[in-house]
Design a binder for this molecule. Structure first.
Ligand code: AHR
Length: 519
């Protein structure tokens, strides 16, 4: 029988260990002194393909539309997207890029040919939105264009003449054509994609064949930053073949500047992707788990790139990512129109935290696809428009654009579901040009609030803290046309600051931004 003294000691040990465990839980340390990389603003990029109602109805309604527009481009959509400070917009696809003939989309609209969009719904494409319209859209959005050229059904000459048409300030038949079509000066287009998904819809090529095709096209395209197509997301061999193949080329640094990476978050499998709005917790969990899998996959690609390109000259460009569900009931299956809920907001936050935390190699990401397609920022219906939960995450996260990445170390509880578990919190942090520290945290657990402490060694004088949150009481909360927004950025105040740390209670299924000003 233990005596009183032993019992007291046992109790003390138990108490202290419990305290240690509790103390260890949900602790975030931000390392200001270990900062090295800048988070490229282009990680906050977007993608717009000729797919469903993304371009037509979404961005572009035509000059004669009753919906307020500037040369056919929707005013409300431009105004909303300006809030996000979109740094780069990729166009015209996607798979569509590999059937797109750029000459069909220039000159008087009435003379532009009708073609069939064989990839997306088999609908008639009237080419009324072409190069000039896209570049005008970018000017209105104050965003940098990123154009993907056709290397699967177009020629090398088509490709380099498109680059010349857009960017050259020299006198030539092609630049005269541009002037004739109303644009004297060249546009400043830095980013050019050399193909898209060339393992699949871009010509069913293998890695070795693609690498050679890439080199051929890229040699002739006189562009500043050329992005090669990556393999399917888990095809590490493709990355290896490309990185070794490109290296053997004299002057290879001038022909490849980026390698693309595509990863979509699906719930189950490609046959049954599940509903965007009608789902249970198990499906919520899988969306989070599958998004988090992207991190390990990216690290595998990065390791190969580091091996073959230790100087980090070729960037990894995640130019398609986001959720992909079954289309909304009653809509064209080829149009990929899906609703967007709080679940998408959490997926967006996880993805952006991952990209921020790998900013050394990842220099651009483009969520698919801005308006009315897949994980969109904006949905339109006639003259109505709604900002999705994902929109608000991009708005909240824009503080990270071109800021100095601050590495973070986290000790956190897991979110368990059936027999699986994932970290409940995801974090990224940065310091902006005014020295303010911005920390974005996602709590993917839909049921548990998580008390968390944050320490930032190296900051002597804490300034003021402001905090905001995106959350709702339901996992599938969404913003509906004509109704008050249920999911949006709100003020958050459940935190305390003492001399050495911040303690906060992060609500279940939420995304939080803490901004700490420099004193
Ligand atoms: O974003 C939709 C499609 O997904 C793109 O066209 C293609 O590149 C990818 O497979």
């Amino acid at each position: 029988m233990p005596n009183h003294k032993t019992l007291t000691i046992l109790f003390l040990i138990l108490f202290l260990s419990l305290q240690a465990i509790i103390g260890q839980e949900n602790k975030i340390t931000i390392h200001v002194n270990k900062a090295k990389d800048t988070i490229s603003k282009h990680i906050y990029g977007h993608f717009a393909e000729h797919l469903g109602r993304g371009i037509y109805d979404g961005f572009y309604v035509g000059k004669t539309s009753e919906i307020p527009n500037i040369n056919g481009i929707r005013k409300d959509v431009v105004e909303a997207l300006r809030e996000l400070e979109i740094p780069v917009l990729r166009w015209p696809g996607g798979c569509f890029a590999e059937q797109y003939q750029w000459r069909d989309g220039i000159g008087p609209v009435k003379d532009r040919p009708l073609v069939v969009n064989t990839f997306w719904g088999g609908v008639t494409e009237d080419n009324s939105f072409g190069t000039h319209e896209f570049l005008e859209l970018c000017e209105l959005l104050q965003t940098e264009p990123y154009i993907a050229v056709n290397i699967a059904s177009g020629t090398v000459k088509d490709a380099y003449q498109w680059v010349e048409y857009v960017t050259s300030d020299k006198d030539s038949e092609i630049t005269r054509l541009r002037s004739k079509n109303g644009r004297e000066r060249p546009w400043d287009v830095k980013f050019w994609g050399i193909g898209n998904e060339n393992w699949g819809c871009g010509g069913s090529m293998n890695a070795e064949y693609y690498t050679n095709v890439f080199k051929r096209f890229s040699t002739y395209c006189n562009a500043e930053f050329k992005i090669a197509s990556g393999g399917i997301y888990d095809d590490l061999e493709w990355t290896k073949t490309f990185m070794t193949g490109i290296k053997g080329t004299p002057g290879y640094l001038n022909i490849a500047h980026g390698l693309s990476y595509h990863y979509y978050t699906i719930v189950n499998n490609w046959e049954v992707k599940g509903s965007a709005t009608d789902f249970v917790e198990n499906e919520w969990f899988k969306s989070m788990q599958n998004t988090l899998k992207m991190e390990g996959n990216l690290e595998d690609h990065i390791a190969i790139m580091d091996k073959h390109d230790p100087d980090n000259t070729i960037a990894l460009i995640a130019d398609e990512w986001g959720t992909w569900y079954d289309v909304e009931p009653g809509t064209n299956p080829g149009f990929l129109y899906q609703q967007n809920t709080l679940r998408d907001a959490l997926v967006a936050a996880l993805g952006l935290n991952i990209f921020n935390n790998h900013a050394r190699r990842i220099k651009m990401a483009n969520i698919a696809q801005t308006v009315n397609v897949l994980q969109a920022m904006i949905l339109t219906r006639g003259n109505q428009m709604v900002k999705t939960p994902t929109f608000h995450v991009f708005k909240m996260y824009k503080v990270h654009q071109d800021a100095l990445h601050l590495p973070s170390e986290v000790t956190i509880q897991n979110y368990k579901n059936d027999n699986s578990e994932i970290p409940a919190l995801s974090v990224s942090a940065s310091r902006d040009k005014n020295k303010n520290v911005n920390i974005t945290i996602a709590n993917v657990d839909p049921k548990r609030n998580l008390p968390t402490s944050i320490e930032i060694p190296g900051i002597e004088n804490w300034g003021t803290i402001t905090a905001s949150i995106i959350t709702s009481d339901k996992m599938n909360a969404l913003n509906e046309f004509g109704k008050e927004e249920l999911v949006q950025i709100q003020k958050f105040s459940d935190y305390r600051m003492n001399t050495s740390k911040i303690e906060l209670n992060i609500p279940s299924k939420s995304v939080v931004l803490l901004s700490i000003s420099d004193n």
